[in-house]
Design a protein around this ligand. Structure first.
Ligand SMILES: [Zn+2]
Length: 393
């Protein structure tokens, strides 16, 4: 049996997971955390709604319930109000200055990482996420902020402790009808303000927030979805308008959000107002593509080739080059065959290395890289729709 069964009180925390507030295991944990909670926060998360309840105790510990069952137990250690708990009361051989190695030694539990920077321990059928903040991360004393025990594997689900994210947890505006639901106008407005304030970022692969309502109103699509990432908690907000059904609003991790169904977006002429259509005319436009190899896009008469390259199993990226006059002439003669040859030449030149003549031309390595990537993504998001239209005509 792993050492932590003897040297820590994690078994008490694990026992409470998945149980309702009145369960003896939860009562026992609450008693150890300080008896009655000093603060209770109830909130509805998303739509369809999930009930989230946070019980904060005088010790600095907290219990978070979702739909009436314990989803997480938090041991708050760092500077917090009320002040953090005394870790040595919970883990023999660890104090509040514990670093990652100290916790591994004290618990004997296997260490893993969610992503690159989120260490956690495996505790039988549960997990203990270890949050460190500050210079030196988990290798410097005094950086441990909290330990969060859950049944859900870190990285694969939104963290229950983010239910109350100060940046994004209040952005859903509910209607005043009997079933409340989403107030779409109010929510679009709240999200737009947060986006303009730089609190959220928008994923250009999905429908832009400003286009969400006009696309939905056009009736051309079954589902119209915007995805926005909170800069504070990194959760992805998926806001979806559905034909003949109520709007939904949920928080997701990247892995789940990217699996949502995205229908090809019809050309703006079919759903945009005149101002929006005029704006699109100035934006980057899809011209052609070869599946898995390249995209050709055009903006104000200039042609850009996005060519994919791979190197070993680790590198799979693209370059974006502005076609020079000779390349444009060759394209006008040779068409997409020429572009496939050019894309092969780019790949063969190893465009990630200094010896490639395409590397200095790669706009994805230049100062405007981010805006080029966003513009190309927005332009090619339509391409599958265009390909589909061609097949049917
Ligand atoms: Zn957030």
């Amino acid at each position: 049996m792993a050492r932590w069964h003897e040297t820590t009180r994690f078994p008490l925390l694990l026992d409470a997971l998945g149980k309702p507030e009145g369960d003896p295991a939860v009562r026992a944990l609450a008693a150890e955390l300080g008896g009655e909670p000093v603060a209770v926060t109830d909130r509805l998360i998303g739509e369809p709604a999930l009930r989230s309840r946070r019980l904060l105790f005088s010790s600095g510990g907290a219990i978070i319930l979702r739909d009436g069952e314990v989803a997480a137990v938090l041991l708050e250690i760092g500077p917090a109000s009320p002040p953090g708990l005394t870790l040595s009361d919970w883990i023999v051989g660890a104090d509040n200055d514990a670093m990652l190695d100290d916790l591994l030694n004290a618990t004997g539990a296997p260490r893993h990482f969610a992503g690159m920077r989120e260490p956690y321990l495996i505790l039988d059928d549960g997990y203990a996420r270890l949050d460190f903040e500050g210079e030196g991360g988990w290798n410097a004393p005094g950086n441990l902020r909290r330990i969060v025990v859950t049944h859900a594997k870190p990285g694969l689900a939104c963290r229950p402790d983010d239910d109350g994210c100060p940046t994004c947890s209040e952005l859903l505006v509910r209607g005043d009808g009997r079933d409340r639901g989403v107030d779409v106008d109010g929510t679009v407005e709240a999200l737009s303000e947060a986006l303009a304030a730089g609190l959220l970022t928008e994923d250009a692969h999905w429908v832009r927030l400003r286009d969400l309502q006009s696309l939905h109103a056009s009736g051309l699509l079954d589902r119209v979805e915007t995805q926005l990432t909170c800069r504070t908690c990194r959760r992805i907000i998926c806001f979806t308008l559905i034909r003949g059904s109520a709007a939904t609003f949920g928080y997701f991790v990247m892995n789940d959000a990217m699996r949502h169904r995205l229908e090809p977006i019809p050309p703006v002429e079919q759903w945009g107002d005149p101002a929006r259509i005029a704006e699109d005319r100035d934006a980057m436009q899809y011209v052609d593509h070869a599946a898995g190899a390249w995209f050709l896009v055009e903006q104000r008469g200039v042609l850009y080739l996005q060519a994919r390259y791979t190197y070993s199993a680790m590198v799979d990226d693209s370059v974006l080059v502005r076609l020079d006059d000779a390349e444009v002439d060759a394209y006008l003669v040779g068409g997409s065959e020429y572009l496939s040859e050019l894309a092969t030449r780019i790949q063969d030149s190893a465009p990630y290395s200094d010896r490639s003549p395409y590397r200095p031309r790669d706009l994805y390595r230049g100062p405007e890289a981010e805006s080029y990537r966003a513009a190309v993504s927005a332009a090619v998001v339509n391409h599958t729709w265009i390909a589909g239209q061609r097949r049917t005509t």
